[in-house]
Ligand binder design. Structure first.
Ligand code: ZN
Length: 247
């Protein structure tokens, strides 16, 4: 089965549409979404509606949580907080309710655990460093764990009898990586709507469970369209400018 893996869309509809158009050729049968559908970007309602229509297996992200009021927006920096409050006013009751029903705890699909931040701290922890990745191994039972939240695509692959060696693999777009069950791994598809690895293109991945491959993808989208919509909405300038740099 081929599965479309989305994360950190952040209300960027132009990026989401580019990803969905690009992914069509893979003929995927399911969609998994790792959270942060909203926050930062100009089209939260449209993005939630679009994702909802894909009937994904999905978990909630920290921005989704803040928008539905499950978490104090005070925990965010000033700009993210402004975006959270702005977003809250723009979501329909249906979308708020849908976000509210997304699970906070990791979910398991076959060989894969799905979570936003990390299996140890599902909404908040960033799996950026090998040591953090290794510390999380004890918190999931499946061979593989999918995370988002860092907005940086890549893999941590564990080798050695107790997973004591960690190989960090930076994703090369378009190059499939074979997943071996003998080597547990934490995989991150990167962010659809606000990449932070200095590549401004939207990031996502295609998981093929029969071939056991992970295919990282990048797709260009009209960044200026999203930026114009953000300006019209009065969202913070720094959030607008960072999209140019993918950071
Ligand atoms: Zn995010």
């Amino acid at each position: 089965m081929r599965i479309l893996i989305l994360s950190d869309i952040h209300a960027n509809l132009a990026a989401l549409e580019a990803v969905l158009a690009d992914a069509q050729s893979f003929d995927y049968e399911a969609v998994w979404c790792l959270g942060d559908i909203v926050g930062y970007g100009p089209e939260p309602e449209e993005c939630v509606a679009r994702v909802r229509g894909l009937k994904p297996r999905a978990v909630v992200g920290n921005h989704d949580w803040a928008v539905i009021g499950r978490m104090d927006a005070e925990e965010f920096n000033a700009e993210a907080r402004r975006a959270v409050l702005w977003t809250r006013q723009r979501l329909s009751a249906i979308s708020l309710n849908w976000l509210n029903n997304l699970p906070h705890e990791p979910i398991v699909e076959g060989d894969f655990t799905l979570t936003h931040g990390s299996p140890r701290d599902p909404v908040w922890e960033y799996v950026v460093y090998p040591a953090v990745a290794a510390a999380n191994l004890a918190y999931f039972d499946t061979p593989f764990c999918l995370v988002g939240h860092t907005h940086v695509p890549g893999l941590f692959v564990f080798a050695g009898a107790n997973g004591q060696r960690v190989n960090v693999i930076r994703a090369s777009p378009g190059q499939a990586i074979v997943l071996e069950k003998a080597h547990r791994a934490i995989l991150n598809p990167g962010s659809v709507g606000q990449p932070r690895d200095s590549d401004p293109r939207a990031a996502y991945a295609i998981l093929d469970t029969e071939r056991s491959t992970w295919l990282p993808r990048r797709v260009a989208y009209p960044i200026e369209v999203t930026q114009a919509r953000m300006r019209a909405a009065g969202l913070p300038e720094r959030l607008i400018n960072r999209l140019d740099f993918g950071w």
